[in-house]
Design a binder for this molecule. Sequence first.
Ligand SMILES: Nc1ncnc2c1ncn2[C@@H]1O[C@H](COP(=O)(O)OP(=O)(O)O)[C@@H](O)[C@H]1O
Ligand SMILES: [Mg+2]
Length: 260
Amino acid sequence: MAHALEAISISKTYQSSDGPNTVLRNMSFRAEKDEFFAFVGPSGCGKSTLFNIITGLLAPDTGSIVVDGSETTGRVSEKIGYVLQKDLLFPWRTVEDNIILGLEIKGVSKREARAMASDILKDYKMSGYERKLPGELSGGMRQRVALMRTMVTDPQIILIDESYKALDYPLKIELEGELLDRVKGSGKTVIFITHDIEEAVTLADRVYVMKARPGEIVEEIKIDLGTDSHNIPERRMSPHFNEYYTRIWKRIGGAHAAVA
Ligand SMILES: Nc1ncnc2c1ncn2[C@@H]1O[C@H](COP(=O)(O)OP(=O)(O)O)[C@@H](O)[C@H]1O
Ligand SMILES: [Mg+2]
């Protein structure tokens, strides 16, 4: 059986006015079906660059990306859905028209796409918002619409880039719980990136800890909070939570300490 996703020896150097900036060095990892895992690392360690390479929006200098057994390096794969760091809805398109964007690109008829949008809006408890513009929605609703836009195309692999960063804490908790409900056990592969250790430990089954300059994986940690609950506060209350948190903090905080 092919892996859902494989990244093999990915390297990327940007040319900047101060000279070359090697952002990723020799990164390799694998992801399987029905996995939910995270990359955690400080700002600027190359997380978004890695995602842009996985989705094919950016070509790596070396290495390859293999999706479900086929190499896709530098090409956009239909099997991958991407929820960007900013919700990036088109402000002039209605909620419905934002949701059907990916379907339109795939060539689904407008009528069918609208029916699918209507179903998913109902599922996300946002029926009635079809004709609203993103500017009329709260931050949480916008984030939900961004997630719907990705989910409606039914991707096998979902990449989430610090989507909950700008939200206030209770809303963040609510949306994280929702995310677990929607994707855990669905057979999909979910990979998210965050600088927030708490978020990584709470949501992920596995965490890759990254360091910066150049971005590299320094540790892979399997997370077992000893509960299947999707309730975020309950997960944080797990007696194992602090142990994982401290271990990752030492890895990341320790790197800063070594520089100081
Ligand atoms: N298009 C680009 N051109 C040049 N440098 C970039 C570009 N995108 C990101 N960088 C630099 O690469 C490093 C990693 O950025 P990024 O991948 O966004 O990290 P993260 O998502 O972990 O915060 C940063 O130093 C950033 O300034
Ligand atoms: Mg980023």
